[in-house]
Design a protein around this ligand. Structure first.
Ligand code: GTP
Ligand code: MG
Length: 312
C-alpha cells in the first residue's frame, strides 16, 4: 500500500491502516517520518489519558471499564499497553486480551501493545507517535497503560493530557517508593481494589503526601476509589479525568505543558536522527565491533564515538 492511500485510509479511521502505520513507526520504516509529517496537522483533537501504577494494581481492568464507559457515550477509544520490560509487541498481550474481552470484539476500540524491541528508537517516542496516529484516525479517547513509575514510564506518562496513577490499599511502602512518580505525574490518583482492607489508611497516606507540596499549576489531584472488577467508581474516575482536562485547557500553564512536550519530542527525534546518521546505516555490526573492542579494553568509548562521528 502506498503511503498516500495508507494515510487516506488512516484518516478515514480504518483500524487496519492504523495498525499498519503503527508498525511502520515501530519498525523504523524509511517512510515513517513522512507519514508522521502528513498526519501531524490532523492531531490534537483526542484526549490522551495515561494510566500508570504498580504491577497488578488493576490498570488493565480499569482501562477496560473506562473504555466501556466512553464507548457508551459513543466515543471511539484507542488503547495502548506499553511494556518496557517486554520484547514482544503487536497484538494485545494474552492476559490483557482476556481482561479486555468485551472490548476486543468492539470495532470502536483499537487495542495495541508496544514493547522495546531492542531498537534504537525510544519507546516513549514511538508511543507518542502511536498516540498521534490514533488521534489522526479520529479516536476521541486514547488510553496509554504503563507499568510502574520508573523513568521510562514517567516520560511516557508525561506526554498524556491527563495522567492517572493507580494505587491499591495496603501499599504503604509502595507509596513511599512511588512518591516521586506520584507527585511528578499524578493528575488524578486512584485507589483501586477498594473492596479490600486498608483503603482509609492508604487514602490518608496519599493525602499526607499531597499536602507536602503544591504543584506549579495549583491543581489539587483528587483521590478516586474504585473497584475495577465491579465497575465501581468508574464514572467518578471519568469525571475526575474530565475535570482535570477542563482545568488544563483553561490553565495559564497549559501552554507550558504543551511546549515542554513539544520540546521533548524535538529533542528525542534529534537524538535519534543524529545517532542514526553517525551509525550510518550499518548500525548493529559497527556498533557490535566497537563494543567488543571497548569491552576488551582495546579501545576506549570516547575514541569509539569520535571514530563514528568522523567517519560519517
Ligand atoms: N479485588 C479486586 N481485584 C481486582 C480489582 N481490579 C483488578 N483486580 C484483579 O487484580 C489482578 C490484576 O489486574 P490487572 O487489571 O491485570 O492489573 P494491571 O495493573 O493491569 O497488571 P499489569 O499490567 O500486569 O501490571 C486481576 O486478577 C484482577 O482481576 C479490584 O478492584 N478488586
Ligand atoms: Mg495490565
Amino acid at each position: 500500500m502506498s503511503n498516500k492511500s495508507l494515510i487516506d485510509r488512516l484518516i478515514a479511521g480504518d483500524p487496519t491502516a492504523v495498525a499498519r502505520a503503527i508498525s511502520k513507526i515501530e519498525d523504523g520504516a524509511a517512510d515513517g517520518s513522512e507519514l508522521m509529517k502528513q498526519i501531524f496537522p490532523r492531531t490534537g483533537r483526542a484526549l490522551t489519558i495515561g494510566i500508570t501504577g504498580a504491577p497488578g494494581a488493576g490498570k488493565s481492568s480499569l482501562v477496560d471499564k473506562l473504555a466501556a464507559f466512553y464507548r457508551k457515550a459513543g466515543e471511539r477509544v484507542g488503547i495502548i499497553a506499553v511494556d518496557p520490560s517486554s520484547p514482544f509487541s503487536g497484538g494485545a498481550i494474552l492476559g490483557d486480551r482476556i481482561r479486555m474481552q468485551t472490548l476486543c470484539l468492539d470495532k470502536g476500540v483499537f487495542i495495541r501493545s508496544m514493547a522495546t524491541r531492542g531498537n534504537l528508537g525510544g519507546l516513549a517516542r514511538t508511543t507518542a507517535e502511536a498516540v498521534a496516529i490514533l488521534d489522526a484516525a479520529g479516536y476521541e479517547k486514547i488510553i496509554v497503560e504503563t507499568v510502574g513509575v520508573g523513568q521510562d514510564e514517567i516520560e511516557i506518562a508525561k506526554t498524556a493530557d491527563v495522567c492517572v496513577v493507580v494505587l491499591v490499599p495496603g501499599m504503604g511502602d509502595d507509596v513511599q517508593t512511588m512518591k516521586a512518580g506520584i507527585m511528578e505525574i499524578g493528575d488524578v490518583l486512584v485507589i483501586n481494589k477498594a473492596d479490600r482492607e486498608g483503603v482509609l489508611r492508604t487514602e490518608k497516606e496519599l493525602e499526607a503526601l499531597l499536602s507536602l507540596a503544591r504543584r506549579g499549576d495549583n491543581w489539587e489531584p483528587p483521590i478516586v476509589k474504585t473497584v475495577a472488577i465491579e465497575s465501581k467508581g468508574v464514572e467518578e474516575l471519568a469525571a475526575a479525568i474530565e475535570r482535570f482536562a477542563e482545568f488544563q485547557r483553561k490553565a495559564p500553564t497549559a501552554n507550558e505543558r504543551r511546549q515542554a512536550i513539544a520540546r521533548w519530542r524535538i529533542l528525542e527525534l534529534l537524538r535519534e536522527r543524529l545517532v542514526a546518521e553517525a551509525l550510518n546505516g550499518d548500525s548493529t555490526e559497527r556498533l557490535d565491533l566497537l563494543a567488543t573492542e571497548v569491552a576488551s579494553k582495546k579501545r576506549d568509548p570516547y575514541s569509539a564515538v569520535e571514530e563514528l562521528i568522523s567517519d560519517k
